[in-house]
Design a protein around this ligand. Structure first.
Ligand code: NDP
Length: 328
């Protein structure tokens, strides 16, 4: 799946081109594989814009960048054998040839392959380091997380519960809110589509917010800023409500509460923590193992042709937990 045109606002089907080419043979020091699962990430929208960011934009005519799990079919690489499963940034394509750089062999006996794109992959790492390092979470604090029923948010809330915090999730729709409180152990959930978020936050955070983990930006960030406790930390993880903007991103009008509350707001990019992924994965795997962290995945079965439509699900709030495309 190649990028055919740079989208303006929402991505359209004509921004993509499904191209076919003969599968390459792996030369010396390389392996070939079949893609099993492709990760869908809100950040993909940003990678399509021709503007400076933490990664270069995907070039026109290039295969779309994506994390995926590949099953090795043939190998001339000493470290990989047919049947091995490997996670890496292999792109939206059915067949992959790789020299293994930046790839990681995974054990699909320990966890399902898709989980290495979710709780044990980038979203899990994002939740872990964003909350514990950037958010500097302490036991007994009040945590609010937006995008709470998504890949990152669902893990943020559950880690905060493991750490003995009061956790309030903000998500779209009654069903997602019920999932948060009834299944994932959140103390409260706010349906931002149903009413006044500011008022609901006032009710659910009587002592204010110590850590606000923001996945969505826009009006919800603004509402959360009105409830900061003294020395609060606002973690800027993402701003999905702004990614399809055709006008400049709107900044928070309530930012002066940072001054009044002696609070700080800090953004981060998960890749900066790459050296510590093993530490986080081990701890998250432990919480999954002892039942304190429930993995939510939304698996769409299809082909690479289904990638564009599946990506849009993120922006319509149609996913619950980590969204992946399983190639049949
Ligand atoms: P999610 O699984 O959370 O999916 C996106 C969700 O965003 C949707 O399900 C939807 O849920 C919500 N959403 C969509 N549009 C809006 C809107 N206009 N207003 C409010 N909510 C909206 O995605 P991820 O967990 O993968 O990513 C979450 C955030 O984390 C993103 O902003 C992403 O860019 C960021 N991120 C940042 C990283 C970093 O290193 N800083 C790394 C990885 C992710 P609902 O139904 O509740 O609206």
């Amino acid at each position: 799946m190649r990028l055919a045109a740079r989208p303006v606002g929402e991505v359209r089907p004509e921004d993509w081109e499904h191209a076919t080419a003969p599968a390459e043979e792996p030369g010396e020091g390389r392996f070939a594989g079949r893609t099993r699962f492709i990760s869908l990430d809100p950040a993909m929208r940003g990678w399509l814009d021709d503007r400076p960011s933490y990664l270069p934009p995907v070039g026109l005519g290039e295969v779309m960048r994506a994390g995926s799990v590949v099953e090795v079919t043939t190998s001339n690489h000493p470290d990989y054998r047919p049947g091995d499963h490997v996670v890496g940034t292999f792109g939206v394509q059915e067949h992959v040839v790789s020299d293994g750089k930046g790839a990681l062999k995974i054990d699909v006996g320990l966890a399902p392959a898709s989980t290495y794109l979710g709780a044990l992959g980038m979203p899990g790492m994002t939740a872990y380091f964003g909350l514990l390092d950037v958010g500097a979470l302490k036991e007994g604090e009040t945590v609010v997380v937006s995008g709470a029923a998504g890949a990152v948010g669902s893990i943020v809330g559950q880690i905060a519960k493991v750490k003995g915090c009061r956790v309030v999730g903000i998500a779209g729709g009654a069903e997602k809110c019920a999932l948060l409180t009834d299944e994932l152990g959140f103390d409260a959930a706010i349906d931002y589509r149903a009413g006044d978020v500011k008022r609901a936050l006032r009710e659910q955070t009587p002592d204010g917010i110590d850590v606000y983990f923001d996945n969505v930006g826009g009006e919800i960030l603004d509402a959360a800023l009105t409830r900061l406790a003294m020395r609060a930390r606002v973690v800027i993880c993402g701003a999905i409500s702004q990614y399809n903007n055709e006008t400049p991103v709107s900044g928070p009008s309530n930012y002066l509460s940072l001054l009044v509350r002696r609070a700080r707001m800090e953004g981060f990019v998960v890749f900066d923590y790459a050296k510590r992924y093993a530490e986080a994965a081990q701890e998250i795997a432990g919480w999954i193992g002892d039942g304190r962290l429930k993995v939510k995945e939304h698996v769409v079965k299809g082909t690479v042709d289904d990638f564009p439509e599946t990506l849009q699900m993120l922006f319509r709030g149609e996913n619950v937990g980590k969204l992946v495309l399983e190639l049949s």
